[in-house]
Ligand binder design. Structure first.
Ligand code: FMN
Length: 195
């Protein structure tokens, strides 16, 4: 586990919405959640349906100490739903890690098929995205343009480091490591007065 001391001040008390989409890198949402919580952040995890095949709500709910949100509805029979507007206003930052090609495309085009996209569209806080996909997907002009579009909205897109990918190929596309994301978030929040 990384040394948590440098992160502890800037992230202490910050409300972080952690959106996890359907990439093989979703398993790294577990150590990321742990690092955020250890740094004193309040973490609310939102999983896409596809992400639940890669990492369980039980794992992330246990690590974040909060029930994980997946669909729009909390209890369909009772008419209870998760308020994406409130979630978007609650957060100090929305971090989408990993961000799949599909989710990136939906966000860049204002689509709203799931709770994570609805929260993104409602959020007034800074948004950080950590793309994660195979190298040819990452290099595709459709993905490149979608990422450029998200940057043009003022979103922070972490560059993907080069390295070995789950497919066995090597190149850009892997998700920025949780420790490096923590360093980026710490740098960002260090400019703000701590709560
Ligand atoms: C084993 C497996 C691994 C996958 N890994 C990735 C990935 O790393 N990045 C990605 O963009 N899509 C990946 N996909 C495809 C996404 O899971 C798929 O596009 C899904 O619809 C994404 O939905 P979401 O964006 O709503 O989470 C993978 C699919 C499978 C079956």
């Amino acid at each position: 586990m990384a040394d948590l001391t440098p992160h502890s001040t800037a992230l202490h008390g910050r409300r972080i919405l952690l959106g996890v989409s359907g990439s093989i890198a979703a398993y790294k949402a577990a150590p990321l959640t742990r690092l955020l919580v250890k740094a004193g952040a309040e973490v609310q995890v939102i999983l896409t349906e596809a992400a639940t095949a890669f990492v369980t709500p039980l794992t992330l709910g246990t690590l974040s100490k909060k029930p994980v949100l997946t669909g729009f509805l909390r209890d369909a029979a009772a008419g209870e739903w998760h308020n994406h507007v409130e979630l978007g206003l609650w957060a100090d930052a929305l971090l989408i890690a990993p961000a799949s090609a599909n989710t990136i495309g939906q966000l860049a085009n204002g689509l709203c098929p799931n709770l994570l996209c609805a929260v993104y569209l409602s959020a007034r806080c800074p948004v950080f995205l950590a793309p994660a996909m195979d190298l040819d997907m990452y290099a595709h002009p459709a993905v490149t343009q979608n990422l450029a579009r998200l940057r043009s909205f003022g979103n922070h897109v972490f560059d993907s480091p080069s390295g070995e990918l789950a497919s066995g190929l090597s190149g850009h596309g892997r998700m920025l490591e949780p420790e490096d994301m923590m360093a980026e978030l710490t740098k960002f929040f260090a400019g703000f007065v701590s709560k």
